[in-house]
Design a binder for this molecule. Structure first.
Ligand code: NAD
Ligand code: ZN
Length: 640
């Protein structure tokens, strides 16, 4: 269960670029395989009468909060239609809203309103109204059992703004939840009261605000705020923002790629895009409500201080008490001592189950922060904010948390599900080129085991990826990077969701890792993980070729694609130990050490070695108990 949405091309804003949709993850994902993000611009969604059309976003909020102004601005910028539920009602009933209130009463108005909104947001109704256009008995339809609409049959079109009171209707609430489950965005514009009251009373057409508008508005706000916040997939505080600024923030949200991780309990979303950190309050809950987090421990390394400042500002603005906890960098932070220090700090702060932890940084920081969240009071709310490419494509999804011990890496840990993962791609801009490139190792791996279009995208953009300066990523480059991250996360999600624990499909994620781990160990972790996995994939390909599973072209292709993005394809220590100048004793000693480590790797069972191999691009399988001769022969083939 996963889907994603096309990114906006900022340069194209104002033209009709939003006809492709996130729901195309499966169906149109196949149609456009072989294309890169940029080529999808302007492509029209294929329509047929089986498709359900629902809005990209539904705006909710108090009267005067800017639903119409900002909604229209978003629609204009994207070149799509804007609908207002009040206007639709007036059009259908051929009567002003105030008149409907006066002549037919509020209850009747709410019934009509509910029905009109359902026509927009219920995928099953939109589906029917297109497939059975003669059926006009819409008012009773939502009480019938809805047909199941495959996500791939849902298309997004237009923006809808709702009247302020609409979300208070129980049926509309149910419809909006259904809409959000289908991938729709419910955007709550949370305005500053004075501003909103000023706006709301200006036109003089709102029947509820005729008398004593200030008090009425505040009373309504008290009644509605919590419901709005609960229904929202994104809450936007509009204070201090021009409509254009607010619209751009909303567009960033609409442009996000969202991967739903369904095998976890509870299920959660991975948000990938510009500024996704702004979802922190949505994930943590309203601090003023009984379910919301109150205090947040923001655990991060110094290397991402700038991004942590951004997270802290977002959290403070929403009213959380934020404590920053800076941990040592990289593997230095993944120790029991660090965990114990943080436990002490949480104890001093009196952290309770209603508080939360946000882990921000590379995979090491998020592994340890997740482990702390898993263990404090047997588990408190946790949000994972990965900031390295590797952490985004790999470490953030799958629920593994953990620390290292004297005996080895990642030996102590726990499966723990975050309430969400926010991969804010802006954070990539401070990465060093080497750490960025290493992350591509896992991206290529995801391509080989499950998604060949990842490899197509890489082939096409190899030069750009190899020479990329993270500090100067252009919009177009970012679109491609987001596409690669989204596809890789989707691969990971598919492999962990069917099987959350270490068996079955999950094992395929270890493609290239058996030798990769041995390289890391023998090089005393001076190699980056993604670099070691790159050479490990060449090894797995050579082994597969020896066993007749793939041909030489496959091995050459593996080497070429890794080299094309600047990943290593040779292992100099091995080349020396097994090269022409090496003695037999040196060779044997080296072979023994590599084999010994591979045997000890947790993926080996008993004395039997097992490897993950790829038999064709996009498809992995196991290779169990290959002969020792073949394992050694494959090693020799790595010597340059
Ligand atoms: N939980 C899982 O499923 C899983 C999966 C894969 C890897 N991991 C773990 O992840 C770790 C590797 O992740 P990694 O490659 O991100 O390593 P890392 O966390 O050590 O980060 C690499 C370096 O980049 C820095 N960095 C990270 N983001 C930055 C940014 N935006 N700007 C500037 N510097 C930044 C870090 O401070 C660090 O120095 C390992 O500990 C590994 O065990 C976990
Ligand atoms: Zn890995």
């Amino acid at each position: 269960m996963s889907w994603h949405r096309k990114r906006r091309h900022k340069a194209d804003a104002g033209t009709d670029t939003r006809t492709d949709t996130r729901s195309g993850g499966q169906q149109r994902g196949q149609e456009r395989s072989g294309q890169h993000a940029g080529q999808r611009t302007g492509q029209r969604a294929r329509r047929n009468e089986k498709n359900a059309v629902i809005p990209y976003a539904v705006f909710i909020g108090m009267p005067g909060s800017g639903k119409t102004r900002i909604g229209r601005e978003v629609a204009n910028l994207l070149g799509i239609r804007f609908y207002d539920s009040d206007e639709e009602i007036e059009r259908i009933e051929d009567m002003r809203i105030a008149e409907i209130f006066e002549t037919r009463g509020e209850a009747e108005f709410r019934a009509v309103e509910c029905d009109v909104i359902a026509g927009f947001v219920r995928a099953d109704r939109a589906y029917r109204s297109r497939s059975q256009s003669s059926d006009t008995s819409s008012r009773t339809r939502h009480s019938q059992r809805p047909p199941r609409i495959p996500r791939s049959h849902i298309h997004f079109e237009g923006i809808l703004s709702l009247g302020g009171g609409a979300p208070m209707n129980a049926q509309t609430q149910e419809n909006l939840r259904h809409y959000a489950r289908m991938g729709g965005q419910v955007i709550y514009l949370n305005a500053e009261p004075e501003e909103a009251i000023e706006h709301a009373t200006r036109s003089g057409t709102r029947p509820l605000l005729k008398h004593n508008p200030h008090k009425v508005w505040m009373d309504l706000y008290d009644q509605r705020h919590e419901t709005y916040a609960q229904l929202a997939t994104f809450t936007l505080p509009t204070h201090g923002k021009t409509p254009r600024q607010a619209a751009n923030t909303v567009i960033d949200v609409l442009d996000e790629s969202i991967i739903h991780v369904s095998g976890a309990s509870p299920e959660y979303d991975v948000h990938i895009g510009i500024n996704t950190m702004q979802h922190l309050p949505d994930l943590l809950g309203d601090p003023s409500s009984k379910d919301g987090a109150v205090r947040v421990a923001l655990i991060h390394t110094e290397s991402v201080q700038r991004h942590s400042d951004k997270a802290r500002a977002i959290l403070r603005r929403t009213g959380y008490e934020v404590t920053e906890i800076v941990i040592p960098d990289a593997e230095e932070g993944k120790t029991l001592r660090v965990v114990s220090d943080v436990w002490d700090q949480l104890g001093e702060l009196g952290f309770t189950r209603s508080d939360a932890i946000v882990g921000l940084g590379g995979g090491a920081a998020t592994d340890v922060a997740g482990f702390i969240a898993a263990t404090w009071l047997r588990g408190i709310r946790y949000v994972n904010c990965p900031t390295s490419l590797l952490a985004m494509v790999d470490a953030s999804t799958g629920g593994k948390t953990g620390i290292n011990t004297e005996a080895g890496k990642n030996l102590v840990g726990s499966f723990y599900t975050p309430v969400g993962v926010l991969a804010d791609v802006d954070t990539l801009r401070t990465l060093s080129p080497r750490i960025f490139t290493e992350g591509l190792g896992e991206v290529v791996k995801a391509g080989f085991i499950s998604d060949q279009s990842i490899l197509r995208i890489i082939e096409k953009h190899a030069d750009m990826l190899r020479t990329l300066d993270p500090a100067h990523i252009t919009d177009e480059q970012m679109n491609i990077i987001i596409e690669l991250i989204s596809r890789s996360v989707r691969v990971k999600e598919r492999h962990v969701s069917t099987d959350l624990k270490e068996k079955g499909l999950r094992e395929f994620l270890n493609y290239g890792h058996t030798l990769g781990h041995a390289i890391e160990k023998m090089e005393h972790f001076t190699w980056r993980h993604g670099e070691a996995v790159a050479v490990g994939m060449i090894y797995a390909a050579e082994l597969a070729e020896i066993h007749g599973i793939v041909d030489r072209d496959f091995v050459d292709y593996t080497r070429d694609i890794l080299e094309s993005v600047g990943l290593p394809t040779t292992w100099s220590t091995l080349s020396e130990a097994l090269g022409p100048d090496a003695t037999d004793a040196q060779m044997e000693d080296f072979e023994d050490r590599v084999l010994e480590i591979m045997h000890r790797d947790k993926k080996a069972r008993g004395r039997m070695l097992r490897f993950v191999v790829v038999d064709e691009i996009g498809h992995a399988r196991r290779l169990e108990d290959p002969s020792e001769d073949s394992v050694i022969e494959a090693l020799h083939r790595l010597a340059s």
